[in-house]
Design a protein around this ligand. Structure first.
Ligand code: DOR
Ligand code: ZN
Ligand code: ZN
Length: 448
């Protein structure tokens, strides 16, 4: 047999161990992992020169924008950023223009994406206006629902507990996860109104609105409805000790909840707001150091399930509005997450096993991406090749993302993605995108 390609001299992460091996790829799948002498003949051979090969990483929390927000990011620039950051699959958030919240908007988004993407992309949907449509949206291939609790975005009235309960019951039947942005709208808007009335417009005022209590209140409310419905809730970008404790408790009592943290909330604190200013305005906001420590503990003891970048690209001018209330929230993260995490592995703050669990295995499990997340025969040939020893400075001006800013600009890191292989095809190679737009796959729930 002659396979499409064989990668030799890999140091591959296989079930918790680094193994010297070769990898044969046929029709986009891993055909064999073994010694070089056991490899079939191949049309193409690539010597990986003892680079570390990880299962293709999955970023479960990405805002790819495009459509009406293409000036911030489009499918090609966003997935180029993903490939450059070592991600072979990303899950796209629905707060788009138009909002992804129906079969039609989802279908259009998938159609536009198909000819533009460089890595695999799965799509979240917001809740539709009429709940029976959740079934159709899942049948169309959404990987999950996203629920913004801080402001009304989708068709589900977030002020109405009964409506939430009804929607969660429908989704529970389908066994798809609901990813939630947990901030309590009522508390948040009341805080904001008060501050706006007294003409408070600084970065510190943003923290006075997005308090710890805003996060906790929303989490507690949702946990109650989780208990009543058995819906699978995945809490996004956890930022507080109290919030994480509430989720950890719920998990202990066997409830169907999981959670995510971002590198931002692990590495930056509210003190960094002084240094970076409005650039690091994000929701939830950066917190004081005791919260960072709690999130780190959560990583260590397993109460945090996954890492997501919350890649949130914006135009520069949108980050520099004169009032903090007009600043667009979020920072790009696709091209910084892996080097930052590998640097933490080098510093022994995390193990490589934890990093792979958080960035590949768990996201695959949570979103039912059964053919991804591990290097195994038969799985999709998505591979992230990194030079674990290479030291470099993060340079935001070189990002493939349209958002060429980052709080990590100029940071010294160690561990660089050097090749990104998606569905068996080399997409990113030593700084360059080498595949054609449209070579990524749309990831539909159940089909991959
Ligand atoms: O920081 C954020 N950015 N938080 C959100 O909830 C939305 C996101 C975005 O879309 O920019
Ligand atoms: Zn969010
Ligand atoms: Zn987000």
């Amino acid at each position: 047999m002659i396979v499409d390609s064989v990668l030799t001299n890999a140091k591959a992460y296989l079930n918790g161990q680094i193994v010297d091996c070769s990898i044969a790829i046929e029709e986009g799948k891993i055909q064999k992992i073994g010694k070089e002498t056991q490899m079939p003949n191949a049309d193409e051979k690539t010597d990986l020169q003892n680079m570390l090969v990880l299962p293709g990483l999955i970023d479960e929390h990405v805002h790819l924008r495009d459509e009406g927000k293409a000036y911030k990011e489009d499918f090609t620039s966003g997935t180029a950023a993903a490939a450059a950051g070592g991600f072979t699959t990303v899950l796209d958030m629905p707060n788009n223009d138009p909002v992804t919240m129906s079969v039609e908007t989802l279908r259009n988004r998938m159609r536009t994406a198909q000819r533009k993407i460089l890595v695999n992309v799965g799509f979240y949907s917001e809740f539709p206006k009429k709940m029976p449509a959740v079934q159709d949206i899942v049948a169309e291939g959404a990987v999950g629902f996203k629920l913004f609790m801080g402001c009304q975005i989708g068709g589900l009235n977030i002020d109405d507990d009964q409506a939430l309960q009804d929607a969660f019951k429908e989704v529970a039947k389908l066994n798809v996860p609901v990813a939630v942005h947990a901030e309590d709208k009522a508390t948040l808007t009341a805080n904001e109104e008060k501050l706006k009335q007294s003409k408070k417009t600084g970065t510190a005022d943003f923290l006075r609105a997005h308090t710890e209590a805003v996060e906790l209140k929303s989490i507690q409310r949702l946990l109650k409805i989780n208990k009543q419905t058995g819906v699978r809730l995945h809490f996004c970008h956890l930022s507080t000790q109290e919030g994480l404790n509430a989720i950890a408790e719920a998990k202990k009592s066997g409830r169907t909840v999981t959670c995510e943290v971002t590198p931002n909330h692990l590495l930056l604190s509210s003190e960094d707001l002084k240094r970076y200013g409005q650039m690091v305005i994000m929701a939830p906001p950066l917190r004081s150091k005791n919260h960072l420590e709690a999130l780190w503990k959560g990583l260590e003891n397993g109460s945090v399930d996954a890492l997501g970048s919350d890649h949130a690209p914006h135009a520069q001018r949108e980050k520099s509005a004169s009032s903090v209330w007009d600043v667009k929230v979020g920072v790009p993260g696709l091209e910084t997450t892996l080097p930052l995490i590998l640097t933490l592995v080098k510093k022994n703050r995390l193990t490589l096993t934890q990093a792979v669990q958080l960035l590949a295995e768990k996201p695959a499990e949570i979103y039912g991406l059964n053919d991804r997340g591990r290097l195994e025969q038969g799985k999709n040939a998505d591979l992230t090749v990194v030079d674990f020893n290479r030291q470099f400075k993060i340079d935001a001006s070189k990002f493939k993302s349209k958002a060429k800013f980052s709080p990590y600009d100029g940071w010294d890191v160690q561990g660089k993605p050097v090749k990104t292989i998606v569905n068996g095809q080399l997409v990113f190679d030593e700084g360059e995108i080498v595949a054609k737009a449209g070579s990524g796959f749309i990831v539909r729930r159940g089909s991959m």
